[in-house]
Design a protein around this ligand. Structure first.
Ligand SMILES: *[C@@H]1O[C@H](CO)[C@@H](O)[C@H](O)[C@H]1NC(C)=O
Ligand SMILES: *[C@@H]1O[C@H](CO)[C@@H](O)[C@H](O)[C@H]1NC(C)=O
Ligand SMILES: *[C@@H]1O[C@H](CO)[C@@H](O)[C@H](O)[C@H]1NC(C)=O
Ligand SMILES: *[C@@H]1O[C@H](CO)[C@@H](O)[C@H](O)[C@H]1NC(C)=O
Ligand SMILES: *[C@@H]1O[C@H](CO)[C@@H](O)[C@H](O)[C@H]1NC(C)=O
Ligand SMILES: *[C@@H]1O[C@H](CO)[C@@H](O)[C@H](O)[C@H]1NC(C)=O
Ligand SMILES: *[C@@H]1O[C@H](CO)[C@@H](O)[C@H](O)[C@H]1NC(C)=O
Ligand SMILES: *[C@@H]1O[C@H](CO)[C@@H](O)[C@H](O)[C@H]1NC(C)=O
Ligand SMILES: *[C@@H]1O[C@H](CO)[C@@H](O)[C@H](O)[C@H]1NC(C)=O
Ligand SMILES: *[C@@H]1O[C@H](CO)[C@@H](O)[C@H](O)[C@H]1NC(C)=O
Ligand SMILES: *[C@@H]1O[C@H](CO)[C@@H](O)[C@H](O)[C@H]1NC(C)=O
Length: 833
């Protein structure tokens, strides 16, 4: 009996083995053609080498290795119908077009190759008689690197005019046309300055972490985390240099035909040199980057493909002595190494325009207006533009007269030209009148101020400096914003600082316009804060586009977030939508944004109002923290009012020291974040009192947690999805650390990020509250208890009287103000260099 089974199973094994070798081995002389659907599959059919039709040009066929859903991960090249791919009898793998001419070759003729095989990791190998790999696709990548595939120093990925390499120093570089380096990211300098790498190897690990290895490094260095790193499933991860010049990490589910982008090297697609072609201008419509031409003086090279660039309708040579500079506001022509040094000049905006007009070989120029005083003159015959309302630069392009900028309203020009003489007269009279009026007012002002206040000149200079300071936001008039928001029609919500309205700028960019209330500060102070806010850029912070300060109107213009605020998803109707993976990503994103505010940006900002309402979600559910930097705008001297407003707005997220009138530090944000984190897990407001127990949710949750009942804390709606319990436990523990009553016990935000990511161990959190104060505790009684804690932990001279507490707190705000003005000084100095 036993012998028979053994015999049978060995036959089965034999059959399986034979089947595999038959499927994987490609014998000399084998041919694939575009005419029949033959392919060379890997043993378990995960990959196959075959012809696929090119998406852009269906008459061409790409000889490619594809993942099971059809996405190519390596290709030899493309040929017309009738082309072939043959492993020739001499061992050469050759792609030929229909007339038999070679298009691509592996170059392995007469090197002893006697078989080829495609393995289940996607590697095609040409092997000689003693099983030696003569040639393999993993060593000869095209535009893709698969997970676990080594990409060493010296190799190149190519896609159109773009190429990607790893330098000996470990820097990752992206180049256009083998010359212009538009991306060059080095390792953390503490690695590269002390170490000389020998042979750096870049690899996307199967857990989605892109790392760099080198023999001289004790461990791998993380370059980037895919957004879904650590998640597993039946999928393939890969890195690809896309046709648009961006390097991205992807993951794709088995059998799917679309890969999802999980990371991109160049965050802003418009920063990729040459993506929109020559004279193409990159900008954003709503959310996608789009390509267009500078003006009516240009036409698309290919009306069907705007990334092919633009050409002048009349060439400069054809209009001698009659060229002019077309003005492009909020536009920059990209300048990267190695061109920077010979294109950069120290010129004012007028000279920047005029010098280019007079220079025979100059085609365009950019006045940076970012405080640097630089002007870039473009002499090359390939220029790449970027237009965005947040760019302070103004650019000029040489065109044949007359310059014909795009008119925002297509109908209005026709209307103007058909208007009667009378109308023209009315316009002329009104315009002249207005100009005269303005001049009169200005003269009056100058007379008034110049004579009365000798300081006036100085402060207006400061305004000017601020306007041109780095990342200066766009200034809108109140009228403009009224138009943008259609008269403040569509209200998105109202926060502690005022109502928010939806709007669309002239270029169709959607924005959120916040009408600030209760701002009693002067214009100068307001502009200073706006400058600080708008110079704060991070992936997880909502970007400030511009502002308006006119009379008593104070408005801020932010980028628009499609999915609104987090509270909608946690506590209201949409709650079922967010699975655990998304919630976890939101938690980490929020923590990263706050970390940036606390630790990494130039003027450190304490948010003071972290709550789900201030965490916005973009179309991909990326978390973006909003309303940062606004706390300082509310009259900083009137301390009592500050406390009152905030308590009214966001009870439940305020740190105890805030209620106790003690100094508010970045640790207060940590407390609020901890509360939010617990809410992300539980899907309910922490300060809700539970009917069953009469306790605040956060207190009850800790007791449950201690008892090991973590599942009872979790939002029931999460059970509909897969939950990574380890992540969830980490989140719960982290949140309890954050809501410790004593600020010194709470971790810093940077540490919170590491705790969530699992990079550092999390100890068991102690109970958040020493004494269980009931939910109805008045802030007064709470404050006295905190006071005593503070006196014991850090010396605070006689802070037991609330008047003193008030004093110390307002001195903090004054210190912040000083910081802001010293940063202004720094800008002044760098501008005068
Ligand atoms: C496809 O065509 C090639 C070359 O003509 C031939 O060798 C191969 O057998 C064909 N395959 C099928 C499945 O017809
Ligand atoms: C095949 O390639 C050769 C050499 O590149 C070229 O001359 C010929 O026109 C091509 N034939 C077809 C049909 O594309
Ligand atoms: C095919 O083989 C690879 C490598 O051994 C393995 O990772 C993969 O899960 C296999 N796929 C199937 C469908 O068996
Ligand atoms: C295979 O290639 C290796 C390395 O070039 C060589 O040492 C070996 O002799 C070759 N084997 C055959 C059978 O050609
Ligand atoms: C890839 O590189 C790592 C580290 O240098 C090495 O351990 C591994 O063997 C390499 N893998 C392959 C397939 O070459
Ligand atoms: C790309 O570079 C080559 C040589 O460096 C140059 O001749 C060519 O004009 C460049 N292409 C473009 C579009 O500028
Ligand atoms: C490597 O990248 C850093 C920026 O991350 C840059 O300062 C440095 O010059 C680069 N090194 C080389 C050799 O390009
Ligand atoms: C660089 O690496 C060192 C050591 O790992 C780390 O302490 C430091 O924070 C890193 N700096 C940056 C800017 O990432
Ligand atoms: C923005 O451009 C993309 C790509 O051209 C297009 O698919 C999308 O519909 C556009 N969106 C808007 C709001 O115009
Ligand atoms: C653009 O597409 C249309 C229809 O698809 C085609 O008729 C036309 O020839 C194309 N134009 C160019 C310049 O390729
Ligand atoms: C320059 O261009 C303008 C506008 O097209 C035209 O009226 C004028 O006659 C031209 N002058 C010369 C010298 O060509």
């Amino acid at each position: 009996m036993k012998i028979i089974t053994l015999f049978l199973s060995s036959i089965a094994i034999l059959i399986v083995f034979r089947g595999e070798s038959a499927a994987s081995d490609i014998i000399l002389g084998s041919t694939l053609t575009t005419r029949n659907s033959s392919s060379w599959p890997s043993p378990n059919n995960t990959f196959s080498l075959t012809f696929i039709s090119e998406p852009q040009n269906p008459s061409l066929f790409l000889a490619a290795i594809t993942y099971v859903g059809g996405v190519p991960i390596w290709s030899a090249g493309s040929v017309d119908s009738g082309g072939t791919l043959q492993l020739q009898p001499d061992g050469n793998l050759r792609l030929s077009n229909s007339s038999g001419a070679p298009v691509w070759e592996s170059g392995t003729a007469n090197r002893g190759v006697n078989t080829a095989s495609l393995d289940d990791f996607g590697n095609l190998k040409l092997i000689n008689g003693s099983n030696f790999i003569v040639w393999e696709t993993f060593e000869n990548p095209t535009d893709t690197i698969l997970e676990s595939q080594n990409f060493t120093y010296g190799k190149v990925l190519r896609s159109g005019a773009y190429s990607f390499t790893v330098l000996q120093t470990g820097n990752l570089t992206l180049k256009w046309n083998s010359s212009i380096i538009y991306f060059n990211k080095g390792l953390n300098s503490s690695f590269s300055s002390n170490k000389h790498l020998v042979s750096p190897v870049l690899m996307l690990q199967t857990d989605g972490i892109l790392s760099l290895f080198d023999d001289t490094l004790p461990s791998s260095v993380v370059i980037a985390y895919s957004s879904n790193y650590g998640e597993n499933g039946d999928m393939l991860r890969f890195i690809r240099l896309d046709k648009d010049g961006n390097l991205r990490a992807y993951s794709i589910l088995r059998g799917s035909s679309t890969a999802n982008s999980r990371w991109s090297a160049v965050e802003d697609q418009c920063d990729v040199f040459g993506w929109c072609g020559n004279f193409g201008i990159c900008s954003y419509n709503d959310s996608s980057p789009v390509c267009g031409c500078p003006s009516e003086n240009f036409a698309l090279v290919d009306p069907n493909d705007s990334t092919r660039g633009c050409k002048r309708k009349v060439e400069i040579q054809d209009c001698p002595e009659n060229s002019t500079m077309l003005v492009l506001d909020n536009t920059q022509f990209l300048t990267y190494p190695p061109e920077v040094s010979n294109e950069q000049f120290f010129l004012s905006i007028t000279a920047c325009r005029q010098n280019c007009l007079n220079g025979v070989s100059c085609v365009a120029s950019t006045s940076l207006a970012d405080g640097s005083g630089f002007c870039h003159l473009k002499f090359s015959n390939f220029v790449s533009g970027y237009q965005s309302p947040s760019l302070p630069s103004t650019s000029f392009v040489k065109v044949c007269s007359p310059a014909e900028p795009f008119t925002p309203l297509a109908g209005s020009t026709q209307f103007k030209s058909s208007s009667s003489k009378l109308k023209t007269w009315v316009v002329v009279v009104v315009v002249v009148g207005a100009i005269l009026g303005l001049v009169a007012i200005e003269v009056g002002f100058c007379w008034f101020f110049c004579l009365k206040s000798p300081k006036f000149g100085l402060s207006s200079m400061q305004y000017a400096l601020l306007e041109y300071a780095s990342g200066a936001p766009v200034q809108f008039s109140f009228k403009e914003l009224q138009r943008t928001t259609k008269g403040f029609k569509e209200k998105l919500g109202s926060g502690g600082f005022g109502a928010v309205y939806k709007g669309a700028l002239a270029n169709k960019t959607l924005v959120a316009v916040k009408q600030l209330e209760g701002i009693e500060q002067g214009e100068k102070q307001f502009r200073m804060e706006v400058a600080t806010i708008s110079s704060t850029h991070h992936l997880n912070l909502v970007r400030l586009i511009g502002f308006c300060s006119e009379g008593r109107h104070r408005l801020l213009v932010y980028e628009f977030m499609k999915n609104g605020s987090l509270d909608n998803f946690l506590f209201h109707g949409e709650s079922g939508k967010l699975n655990w993976a998304t919630r976890y990503r939101i938690a980490i994103g929020t923590a990263r944004g706050i970390t940036y505010l606390h630790e990494e940006c130039r003027d450190c900002i304490v948010h003071c109002d972290i709550k789900p309402e201030n965490i916005l979600l973009d179309q991909n559910y990326n978390a973006k923290v909003s309303d940062f930097g606004l706390a300082k705008l509310i009259n900083p001297k009137d301390h009592r009012q500050r406390t009152l407003t905030s308590v009214r707005g966001t009870r439940g997220y305020l740190a105890p020291e805030w209620l106790a009138n003690l100094p508010v530090t970045s640790k207060s944000d940590v407390y609020s974040y901890g509360m939010v984190l617990l809410e992300i897990v539980s899907g309910r407001r922490n300060f809700d009192v539970l009917d069953e127990t009469g306790k605040k949710f956060s207190n009850w949750a800790y007791e449950e947690f201690e008892r090991g009942g973590i599942r009872s804390i979790i939002d029931k709606r999460l059970f509909a999805y897969e939950i990574d319990m380890e992540q969830l436990e980490r989140a719960v523990e982290t949140s309890f650390w954050c809501i410790q009553e004593q600020p010194s016990q709470r971790p810093s935000m940077g540490k919170v990020v590491q705790m969530l990511e699992g990079i550092i161990e999390i100890g068991k959190p102690p109970p958040p509250k020493a004494t269980d104060s009931s939910s109805t505790a008045v802030s007064l009684s709470l404050s006295t208890s905190i006071h005593s804690i503070f006196i014991s932990s850090e010396p605070h001279p006689s802070s037991s009287s609330s008047a003193q507490g008030k004093h110390s707190s307002s001195s903090i705000s004054m210190a912040n103000l000083e910081k802001a003005s010293s940063s202004l000084l720094a800008q002044e100095q760098s501008a005068s260099r």
